[in-house]
Design a protein around this ligand. Structure first.
Ligand code: NAD
Ligand code: IPM
Ligand code: MN
Length: 354
């Protein structure tokens, strides 16, 4: 019997409401396929910060290192500045465990209405491959002449050759494995003088190794417009940390709700645990109301099992998500229904068990 040890960090806000539904789906699928999952819970969150002055203990990353995977809800809540909470928990995990691939699938499901006119299930089906540990996300920079009229703040972006090439290679490999074999790269090489032309040149160099992959490059401004105008054009999208972040909220918004979107923070070499979470955040505006959609979290759980080599568990969980949406069995408000978080989570677990 395969056995996996999973670190669970529900985090803040609706993170604590959707994670139990993800675990319900995992437990149902594990029982069906004879897999043993051991969950260890960590209550690291903004509350921990209020209590201890830290988002996680000093040896937090060491504690996580021994696990096969990390399953995370959301981090950040009013009362702690976002750059403090995120740089105290989520971002250090991505970086320490070299989770340099952020894989974010986007699909229009049968049974959900796209806000874009005349889109059917199947019309929207692409991946955002986001660079996850460098680029625009950096804490390098600072403030000078603070408090004076000459005050100036700088924020450094870092694009290494290794970091750029490995994310591009992952994206090209993924594109090559798909029917359309189409890769679109998002940059902003007219406005950003150094980093983005560099990224473009690495795309061109990598493209030579993949003659069967059709490649295009667009500036991020028209890229976002095209994504809304013709989402069916896209197959594999690759972008820097910041552009990948933006495109991976815009994409799911075109499929009806951002709340179904999953996010896999992957260390492809498997030297360290990978981390799986929904794309969305802690949603303070609806926290505590039991109306959060748990599907992004359940889909992330499916991706986690695929990463761990349990394709059958992945397929079972995905089948249950498809069924619950297609047959409108229990949909939360964001999908036009009135089911609670738990009713939707239970409906998914029941389908898995059936
Ligand atoms: P958000 O994703 O939390 O919420 C955006 C909007 O989407 C809100 O109106 C919210 O109610 C809705 N929404 C999000 N998830 C939903 C769900 N599962 N079901 C139904 N509706 C849902 O983004 P935000 O408001 O920009 O950020 C709130 C906090 O979360 C901030 O502290 C932010 O830094 C943090 N955040 C964390 C992560 C993460 O941990 N990976 C991701 C994004 C934002
Ligand atoms: C995400 C989030 C995070 C990111 C924030 C909270 C730092 O938006 O996972 O998409 O930008 O990576
Ligand atoms: Mn985001």
């Amino acid at each position: 019997m395969s056995q996996f040890n999973i670190a669970v960090i529900p985090g803040d806000g609706i993170g604590t409401e959707v994670i139990p539904e993800g675990i319900k789906a995992l437990e149902a699928a594990a029982a069906k396929h004879g897999v043993e999952l051991n969950f260890t819970h960590f209550d690291w969150s903004c509350e921990t910060y209020h209590r201890t002055g830290r988002m996680m203990p000093e040896d937090g990353l060491d504690q996580l290192k021994q696990f096969d995977s990390i399953f995370l809800g959301a981090v950040g809540f009013p009362g702690v500045p976002d750059h403090i909470s995120l740089w105290g928990l989520l971002l250090p995990i991505r970086r320490a465990f070299n989770q340099y691939v952020n894989l974010r699938p986007v699909r229009l499901f049968e049974g959900l209405q796209s806000p874009l006119a005349n889109k059917q299930a199947g019309d929207i089906d692409f991946y955002v491959v986001r660079e996850n540990v460098e680029g625009e996300y950096s804490n390098i920079g600072g403030i000078q002449y603070e408090g004076t009229d000459d005050e100036v703040v700088s924020q450094q972006s870092i694009f290494t050759r290794k970091g750029t090439d490995r994310i591009l290679k992952y994206a090209f490999d993924l594109a090559q494995s798909r029917d359309k074999k189409h890769l679109s790269s998002a940059t902003k090489s007219n406005g950003l003088f150094h980093s983005m032309p560099y990224w473009d040149s690495r795309v061109e160099a990598m493209a030579e190794r993949y003659p069967d992959v059709k490649v295009d490059q667009f500036h991020i401004d028209i890229f976002t417009a095209n994504l809304v105008r013709m989402p069916e054009f896209y197959d594999v999208i690759v972008g820097s940390n910041l552009f990948g972040d933006i495109l991976s909220d815009l994409g799911p918004a075109c499929t009806g709700t951002i709340a179904i979107a999953p996010s896999a923070n992957i260390n492809p070499e498997k030297e360290f645990p990978s981390m799986f979470e929904p794309v969305h955040g802690s949603a303070p505006d609806i926290a505590g109301q039991n109306i959060a959609n748990p599907i992004g979290t359940v889909w992330a759980a499916a991706m986690m099992m695929q990463h761990l080599g349990c394709d059958d568990m992945h397929d079972t969980i995905m089948g249950a998500i498809e069924t619950v949406i297609r047959d409108q069995l229990a949909l939360t408000r964001d999908m036009g229904g009135n089911a609670s978080t738990q009713e939707l989570g239970q409906a998914i677990a029941d389908i898995i068990r059936a």
